[in-house]
Design a protein around this ligand. Structure first.
Ligand code: AMP
Length: 453
């Protein structure tokens, strides 16, 4: 099926090695114009197969012409996405001599410079570090033939727009430009108008979440969110779960809470070292971690498939973010569920999401969950920054103990079926006993540190 695009046999072999049999819709639409050298504006989310839309034509082009000069530059918002794109180039280019490298912050510059000096044809970079290298004269973009902007809307959200414009000034005006964005806010529209030359537009389910996703909203008071999530997880059969929080701090804390509750969980947030992030991701991909708690930016663009549930512990900031998060489940016709914990403050955004979906979302409740528990009785939530040492969850009154059996019968989702350790709720609501001589829990840090997602 890929034969008809006229790709080199070395690429066709790699495509077969990767197990791709039929092109995805965006590949169908966009590969021909990209291979012809046209500019393309692609409205598509990650998970649609868009990386191959630019990687295959770039590899095809680089089979001819000079070696060891940078001829293709891909800009991506996050290190994780850059690494993933680089990995895709390596897979698809495995039978070719084309060399690629990544450039992003948070790791040493020297290995990046060494690799650049050794000679590469493709650079996949995050804008900030790339500008550093450019400023030091360490990288020459004067022979770039193809420029790709991936997840342009997210780069814009992250404040990279000025950086991108400075980088654009360093690449030849005569080039092919491929521009991908899941959404088209005005700023992005303007940028695309400025840099694309008579682009071919392709759009694949850009704004609507996958229709195989079942959405449900769980109204819950802010201070009971952690407790509620534990109840939800305990009564829901899940496989891989991706939980989103609003801040890095909350991702870190919630992952720790879940771990303590017996779930195999990990955090993915921007304050973590590159190594720690990779470890979390690898754990999730290899099923050693069942629940990944992430911030939007850290998880942006990652191809994490086979997710049964996306849970918005905190409502996202925008409708677009909701779409992105939900795009992680229900991919490729698989069924997924998207749960969102909502507070009264979230109602305006809920309305906008419902408008986008064209339907009113299901509101669900647990009849036996004590929605009226007071902040004091409800114990310390991820958001509560109480420094007294009552244990992580404080004390619960008998009234708050969920009647688990009743809940099992009344909740529509059903019983847990996963083999994951399931401890009774009261076990982890009890303060953890600290053995003599063992370490005391450290006081919680207040709020997230600065920096990006
Ligand atoms: P992307 O949107 O580029 O991140 O791709 C999402 C996932 O789809 C990646 O795991 C790709 O390896 C995979 N993929 C891309 N193209 C195809 C295809 N034609 N058939 C099957 N899987 C694909």
């Amino acid at each position: 099926m890929f034969e008809r695009f006229g790709l080199d046999t070395r690429l066709l072999r790699a495509i077969a090695d990767c197990g791709y049999v039929t092109p995805t819709p965006i590949q169908e639409q966009a590969l021909p114009p990209v291979l012809e050298g046209k500019d393309v504006l692609g409205l598509a989310q990650t998970g649609t197969g868009k990386t191959a839309v630019f990687a295959l034509p770039i590899l095809q082009r680089l089979l001819q012409g000079p070696r060891q000069v940078i001829r293709a530059l891909v800009l991506a918002p996050t290190r994780e996405l850059a690494l993933q794109i680089d990995a895709d180039f390596r897979s698809l280019g495995r039978h070719t001599p084309v060399k690629t490298t990544t450039i992003f912050g948070g790791v040493g510059k020297v290995p990046q410079l060494t690799r650049l000096r050794q000679g590469v044809e493709v650079v996949v970079a995050c804008p900030g570090r790339l500008l550093d290298h450019l400023g030091q004269g360490a990288i020459d973009l004067s022979r770039v033939e193809v420029l790709v902007l991936d997840e342009a809307d997210r780069m814009c959200d992250m404040g990279f727009l000025p950086d991108i414009r400075r980088i654009l000034a360093k690449v030849p005006a005569q080039r092919q430009t491929l521009f991908f964005s899941a959404t088209m806010p005005e700023e992005i529209n303007q940028l695309s108008r400025d840099i694309l030359h008579q682009p071919v537009r392709v759009a694949v389910a850009a704004d609507r979440p996958a229709c195989t996703v079942a959405h449900a909203l769980y109204p819950v008071p802010h201070h009971l969110k952690t407790r509620f999530l534990l109840t939800l997880l305990q009564h829901t059969p899940t496989a891989q779960v991706l939980v989103f929080t609003r801040t890095k701090y909350r991702a870190r804390r919630l992952a720790a809470v879940l771990e303590r509750a017996g779930y195999r969980s990990a955090a993915l947030q921007g304050n973590m070292s590159q190594n720690a992030r990779q470890k979390s991701l690898l754990g999730f991909r290899t099923n050693e971690v069942d629940i990944l708690v992430a911030t939007d930016i850290a998880a942006r663009g990652l191809d994490i498939s086979d997710i049964s549930h996306v849970i918005n512990f905190d409502m996202p900031a925008t409708v677009e973010d909701y779409t992105h998060r939900i795009g992680r489940t229900g991919r490729a016709e698989a069924e997924g569920e998207a749960y969102t914990l909502i507070t009264d403050d979230d109602l305006p955004l809920v309305q906008r999401i419902e408008q986008l979906l064209g339907e009113k979302l299901n509101r669900r409740t647990f009849p036996d969950f004590d929605y009226k528990a007071s902040p004091e009785g409800a114990a310390r939530d991820v958001d509560a920054r109480d420094k007294t040492d009552r244990g992580p969850y404080g004390q619960r009154s008998p009234r708050q103990r969920p009647a688990l059996e009743q809940a099992k019968q009344s909740h529509p989702v059903g019983l847990p079926t996963s083999s994951r350790v399931q401890r009774p709720l009261q076990d982890f609501l009890r303060p953890k006993a600290t053995a003599p001589g063992s370490r005391q829990p450290r006081p919680q840090r207040r709020g997230p540190r600065g920096g990006r997602g």
